[in-house]
Design a binder for this molecule. Structure first.
Ligand code: ADP
Ligand code: MG
Length: 354
């Protein structure tokens, strides 16, 4: 089987260019920004290359504290570290485990977003991800009957949370792969703000979050990867203080012996990679955690259900790319969206019917 990993999804134009291996390059297009007083940290955590950039006098102290917080979150949330809280929950054979507020917040968000998205977000799919080999890189296409029996142990409502005590049924295993980076970027921004930083931008494996505006007072420009040519961008959006978080079928996948691609976002209906008409979903909103949960869930819901969901719950903006190569973006992005691809791009209005 051929294997391929791709981690890029977004680039911040005019500030930094993020590549698939997390390297960065100063842009020559925006002298006012590259000349500003900025500090940068590159971190590898959560299986992800992260770049944090902050401006101003307090940037270094804020960034140092943020890096410590990333390491703390990784040690709580890792699915592989024997001492992590997640591993303890997964190894507890149905017994209760005391957890931090971080894990409690993530569990509660996972439950509420699962309910809101008709079960599309499901943090109990970890055994199925292992069966496909997404956790080890030893990929295989599982038998459907094996997946069907594993799917019986994925009922999110069976996760019991009481105060900071959590239990999951015997034979269940959870992972926060769909939400952890969004929560982490929220936490980075909270810490930078508390340290007096007013302008910052982070990319966690392509998930971008910004604090304030650029030091010159202008908006940030965030490019979104073309899912059909992941080394290119397809559009640029201008944002103030926002999270811009993408889930795509090109980010982590393998090619099976049957010549088809299989990716790491699983449809809880059949245990197969979600293939419901979308190849990329970018969510733009105020909370990294909400955007991360939604990017995965709406990728699973697919086209047009993702649009129906947005019409019911439109506190966020989004950019969708369909399997047919069409871009749809929500009306809140009108005026800040620039299509740089040859794909057609259509605006979604709340008032229109899908
Ligand atoms: P990434 O973190 O790779 O940018 P996502 O935020 O979409 O992308 O998260 C994908 C990860 O979420 C997978 O690697 C896996 O750990 C987990 N996952 C896969 N399918 C689902 C699902 N339907 N619901 C919740 N988590 C999922
Ligand atoms: Mg996600």
């Amino acid at each position: 089987m051929r294997k391929r990993l791709n981690f890029v999804s977004l680039m911040i134009l005019g500030v930094l260019a993020f590549t698939s291996c997390g390297a960065q390059a100063s842009s020559s297009t925006d002298k006012s920004v590259t000349n500003s007083d900025s500090s940068v940290r590159d971190v590898f955590a959560m299986d992800t290359f992260m770049t944090l950039k902050a401006y101003g006098d307090n940037a270094d102290s804020g960034l140092d504290e943020a890096v410590e917080r990333i390491q703390q979150l990784e040690s709580e949330l890792s699915v592989t570290d024997e001492n992590s809280e997640i591993k303890k929950i997964n190894n507890a054979s149905g017994q209760s485990v005391q957890v931090s507020n971080d894990v409690k917040i993530l569990l509660e968000k996972a439950e509420s977003k699962s309910e809101e998205t008709n079960g599309a977000l499901n943090i109990c799919l970890y055994p199925i991800l292992k069966e496909w080999g997404f956790t080890t890189g030893e990929y295989k296409i599982p038998e459907q009957n094996k997946l069907d029996s594993m799917l019986k142990n994925t009922d999110v409502s069976k996760i019991a949370i009481s105060d900071n005590s959590v239990s999951i049924p015997f034979d269940y295993q959870i992972d926060f792969g769909a939400l952890a980076k969004g929560y982490t970027s929220d936490e980075i921004m909270r810490i930078l703000r508390e340290n007096g930083v007013e302008s910052a931008v982070v990319s966690l494996g392509g998930n971008v979050q910004t604090l304030g505006k650029k030091p010159d007072g202008s908006n940030w420009k965030v490019a979104i990867t073309d899912p059909f040519s992941p080394d290119k961008d397809m559009c640029v959006i201008e944002v103030g203080e926002k999270a811009v978080i993408t889930s795509g079928n090109y980010e982590r996948f393998f090619t099976g012996d049957d010549g088809k691609n299989y990716w790491h976002i699983i449809d809880p209906k059949d245990g197969y990679p979600a293939d419901n008409g979308l190849v990329s979903v970018t969510i733009i909103g105020d909370s990294g955690l909400d955007c991360d949960a939604l990017s995965t869930a709406l990728f699973v819901l697919g086209y047009p259900d993702a649009i129906d969901h947005w019409r019911k719950d439109s506190f966020f903006d989004m950019v969708l790319v369909t399997t047919n190569g069409e871009i749809f973006y929500t009306e809140g992005l009108e005026g800040s969206f620039t299509n740089t691809s040859s794909m057609s791009a259509e605006v979604l209005k709340i008032a229109d019917k899908s």
